[in-house]
Ligand binder design. Structure first.
Ligand code: ADP
Ligand code: MG
Length: 575
């Protein structure tokens, strides 16, 4: 059985494995490495995943969803049609699809995976990720932090010597900054910080709002489909500006035509507030690790948003440090999980690498401090793992016979604002306040398992609590039922994926178009449908090719991304 590594991203997910001494990215049926983290249901209740679902975000908003990684570990549900799903259910669909892709590619069953999560995911979010894997039939022994994975891959492939660097992972919905030390055969994550609500999609939104402002459109008044469409156009323009100097965005709404020309300079103007929000996590990471800019060698760029020259320029300017851009920024994390998969399957050439991780959050207990209950940190944020800390706690009330130790995770001074993970209770002999005491030990290991051990020495009473791995939220029967329910939902078969994508692509273009263009698209769609229904292999392949070419030409015209002559453009707008 093969082991795969998975980067389960907010925007895109990827899958990788270790083969013949190197990492191999696994393509999906559409021959792409990035599978959009989008899930939807169609009219027959079939689950759609990836590019097919993404095409339907604008045309079927009630039946399609994305960005659900932000809801991991919460009880918030998302409605797709009549049904409600937890973020982990939706993630399970993505994982199931990636697993199918891997099985097809590797020609063997896959039942084990290494999955990466943001370094600052808390316990609930990590458990939800494990649950999602379980629902997808994947055994996950270990979750790895995304920056650790990227650093591991970078180290492995560049073979560079001892150094300290920042891993700057800027994706679609999150920014994750980590400080990494590499020396001899050790990769040590010294500190992590991030912004859970900062990513490429926020810039898309700023561009879309700018577009509205320029065209005297009211963003708030746009229909959900109109918003989705404009965001898509904004993202397209943003990406185009990563490789060319100017673009023209154009949008057709209610029979009117709106447009905006954008160049690097104007994009920079729009993006500055967004870029400036990147500074706080960088400074915090350095502060937490007790380091300054002088102590780091360079900055490793990870995540799709790092493809923007503007982001690279900002980092050079702000940090005055060289940057390392590999050109595969949005695949580094997945490639790193592939290396882990190799380590896991005991590939010999990989034995030497040692990894350390840090605890991304503070773990502690609640204590009474002059009448007020406050958090007592046992293992502080950014402690190196594994970490074990012992502390003695005394009784606070006379003749109390039970000491209760709550276990919390979080940075707030008040325990009730942190996440309670559990509690341990232990009996003590009645005595005046402060005379009896217990020894409490917190041990947090590299697999994210927290062991809380409470001991009363004189009586040798002893209580232990093992936290993590499973939330008690579901009983075994409930689990089985959930699994059955999700399995009953059919995922669109792999072999139909390409046809489905073409159809939903055409459908979206049809809905956007008006007049003659729309009529033509209608005919192309009709031809495509007939070809697909013909059961004649030759006709199907020709029909697909024709439709694809046509849709692509419509797409090219829609975005008009060629470099433009500004004067010509201005004249053309008047006519
Ligand atoms: P995540 O980790 O959130 O799943 P990714 O690392 O795949 O996301 O990054 C996705 C983000 O990167 C999106 O917001 C996308 O618009 C942006 N992105 C991808 N490629 C480019 C590019 N060439 N230029 C600008 N932005 C890009
Ligand atoms: Mg990512």
């Amino acid at each position: 059985m093969a082991i795969i590594g998975i980067d389960l991203g907010t925007t895109n997910s990827l899958c990788c494995t270790w083969q013949d001494g190197r990492t191999v990215l696994i393509p999906n049926t559409l021959e792409e490495y990035l599978t959009p983290s989008v899930v939807g249901l169609d009219e027959n209740g079939t689950v759609l995943v990836g590019a097919v679902a993404r095409e339907r975000l604008a045309t079927h908003p009630q039946w399609t969803t994305h960005n659900f990684k932000r809801l991991m570990g919460t009880s918030a549900t998302t409605a797709l049609g009549e049904r409600e799903f937890l973020a982990e259910d939706l993630s399970a669909f993505i994982l199931r699809r990636l697993r199918e892709d891997a099985e097809r590619f590797l020609r063997q069953p896959v039942d084990e995976a290494i999955i990466s999560v943001p370094a600052y995911f808390n316990d609930d979010q990590r458990c939800a990720t494990r649950d999602a894997a379980r629902l997808a039939g994947l055994h996950v022994e270990r979750l790895v932090n995304e920056p650790s994975a990227a650093a591991l891959y970078y180290r492995q492939s560049s073979g560079s010597g001892d150094q300290s660097f920042l891993v700057f992972d800027f994706g679609g919905g999150t920014l994750d900054v980590s400080l990494v030390d590499c020396f001899e055969n050790v990769i040590e994550i010294l500190a992590v910080a991030g912004d859970n609500h900062l990513g490429g999609t926020d810039l898309d939104r700023l561009i879309a709002e700018h577009f509205c402002e320029h065209n005297a459109l009211n963003w708030e008044a746009l229909s959900p489909a109109g918003k989705a469409l404009l965001l898509q156009i904004a993202e397209g323009a943003k990406k185009a500006l990563s490789t060319q100097d100017k673009v023209v965005m154009s949008l057709r709404q209610d029979n009117r035509f709106y447009s905006l020309a954008l160049d690097q300079q104007q994009l920079a103007h729009i993006a500055i507030p967004w870029l400036e929000r990147c500074a706080a996590p960088i400074e915090r990471v350095l502060r937490d690790a007790g380091r300054s800019y002088e102590d780091i060698d360079d900055i490793l760029l990870v995540g799709g948003s790092c493809n923007m020259p503007l982001v690279q320029k900002y980092l050079r300017y702000r940090c005055q440090k060289p940057i390392r851009f590999t050109g595969r920024a949005d695949m580094l994390v997945a490639l790193g999980t592939g290396v882990y998969a190799g380590v896991k399957s005991r590939e010999e050439d990989l034995q030497e690498v040692m990894m350390t991780d840090v605890c991304p959050f503070t773990l502690g207990t609640a204590v009474d401090s002059s009448g007020e209950v406050v958090m007592f940190p046992m293992i502080e944020r950014n402690s190196i793992l594994p970490s074990s800390v012992e502390h003695r706690f005394c009784t606070t009330q006379s003749f109390q016979t039970i000491i209760e130790m709550g276990v919390y995770q979080g940075e707030d001074h008040s325990p009730q604002n942190n996440l309670q993970l559990g509690k341990v209770m232990i009996r003590v002999p009645p005595a005046p306040a402060g005379e009896e005491s217990v020894l409490v030990r917190f041990t947090y290991d590299i697999n994210g398992i927290l062991l809380v051990d409470v001991r009363h020495e004189e009586t040798d009473a002893h209580e232990q609590l093992v936290l993590l791995g499973k939330r008690v939220q579901f009983s075994d029967e409930q689990w089985e039922q959930r699994q059955r329910e999700l399995e009953a939902l059919r995922i669109n078969p792999l072999e139909q994926e390409e046809n489905r994508l073409l159809l939903s692509w055409g459908e979206r273009l049809y809905q956007e178009a008006v007049g003659e263009a729309r009529r033509e698209l209608g005919i192309v769609l009709e031809n495509l449908n007939q070809a697909l229904a013909s059961q004649n292999a030759h006709r199907i392949s020709r029909g697909r090719r024709d439709a694809k070419e046509y849709f692509q030409s419509v797409e090219d015209r829609r975005f008009a991304f060629e470099e433009i002559d500004p004067e010509e453009f201005l004249l053309s707008e008047e006519s």
